[in-house]
Design a protein around this ligand. Structure first.
Ligand code: TRP
Ligand code: SF4
Length: 349
């Protein structure tokens, strides 16, 4: 049986180059090998944005377009919206029964966020339960692997612990007609860490919306050129004739990720001897970036005005996700002695 993957992103806005190299690019390749489920995690976005959700629907559309433009293929992968598959909420509730508070309270991301987002009131049930909802996302599809960044590892560890705990109490052979694996009921999901390092912003700081230092997947070729031109370089390289040090230059770190090995070698050599100037070096970079982004622009252009097609993609994805979710919930409800119907509820034999 093909292994299954589930991953998700919160719809918080257009995606950046950093999201592409850190996650999306990996997802696109995983489609060749796995049965992939990709989820727009709108409920997760609400855990911290409940007071001001912003334009969540617009963001959702933007994320969907970014995924499709990047090569996520709705014919092969299941693309869906978390809040449109209500079983996520049901499983979240049930997994909550099994989750000791201490697991959540000691979660490092929780402790970090409480200090970092001090301006938001997130000492809430929902925010503390973020990892439980994430565990539900994964367990609902009985996913074997979860491609995530390092920041999500603590959440995944909790998901594994929850799966293990449910298996401990309720694993065992299934008597009646499902083709779910017998003992244990849920696979313990494993992380798939992508090896790609964090992409710095144009100014060398952390790439972030609030610093306005990012390149977006939907930036035009001209915008990419302008942004490349504005990038920080080796600050010691003041004049064209000064030799530079690519090892400390953000432009070079982009070359290493986006340019051909020949260009990387050329820049590495010629910067140190001042044989290449920063303006030309940045032009080379803009070309490399646009070579990556051009095919995405073509796919985006086809889809961006085709709302019926986008609707159809999500409808099909949601339906497929629901089907899997219902299967899992059917088994779990039975294990937990919950009735499947009124008749079931009064038929105590
Ligand atoms: N918490 C993840 C993030 O912020 C998004 C997410 C929600 C997710 N549910 C998930 C990722 C399930 C993987 C699996 O990036
Ligand atoms: Fe950076 Fe390129 Fe200028 Fe060297 S030539 S300092 S790598 S921008």
């Amino acid at each position: 049986m093909t292994n299954r993957i589930l991953s998700g992103m919160r719809p918080t806005g257009r995606l950046q180059l950093g999201n592409y190299v850190g996650a999306l690019k990996n997802w696109v390749h995983l489609q060749d090998e796995y049965d992939c489920f990709f989820m727009i995690a709108d409920w997760h976005a609400l855990t911290s944005n409940y007071a001001d959700p912003g334009d969540m629907r617009r963001n959702m559309r933007a994320v969907l377009l970014d995924w499709l433009a990047s090569g996520i293929d709705p014919e092969r992968s299941t693309i869906f919206v978390q809040s449109l598959v209500k079983e996520h909420a049901e499983l979240n509730l049930l997994l909550g029964m099994f989750t000791p508070l201490a697991w959540l309270e000691r979660c490092p991301t929780y402790k970090d966020q409480i200090t970092q987002l001090a301006n938001k009131e997130i000492e809430t049930h929902g925010f503390l339960g973020y990892p439980v909802l994430m565990a539900a996302d994964i367990i609902l599809y009985r996913a074997n692997f979860v491609p995530v960044g390092e920041d999500q590892l603590p959440h995944l560890e909790i998901a594994r612990e929850i799966a293990r705990r449910v298996n401990f109490f309720h694993g065992g052979p299934i008597e009646t007609g499902t083709n779910l694996p017998t003992r244990p009921i849920f696979p313990e999901p494993e992380p798939l860490l992508s090896a790609i390092p964090r992409l710095a912003g144009l100014d060398g700081r952390k790439m972030s919306k609030s610093y306005d230092n990012a390149i977006y997947l939907d930036d035009t070729a001209e915008t990419v050129q302008t942004k490349a031109r504005s990038m920080m370089t080796d600050p010691a390289r003041v004049r064209r004739t000064d030799p530079g040090n690519p090892d400390i230059c953000p432009v070079f770190s982009y070359h290493k990720l986006f340019s051909s090995p020949e260009i990387v070698a050329e820049v590495d050599r010629d910067c140190r001897t001042a044989a290449i100037g920063c303006i030309d070096c940045k032009k080379l970079l803009a070309n490399s970036l646009n070579t990556l982004l051009d095919p995405m622009r073509e796919r985006r252009a086809v889809l961006e005005n085709d709302t019926p097609r986008l609707t159809e993609i999500l409808e099909a994805g949601n339906a497929r996700a629901r089907e899997e979710a219902e299967r899992t919930m059917g088994v779990l409800r039975e294990r937990l002695s919950l009735p499947a119907s009124a008749r079931d509820a009064v038929n105590a034999s």
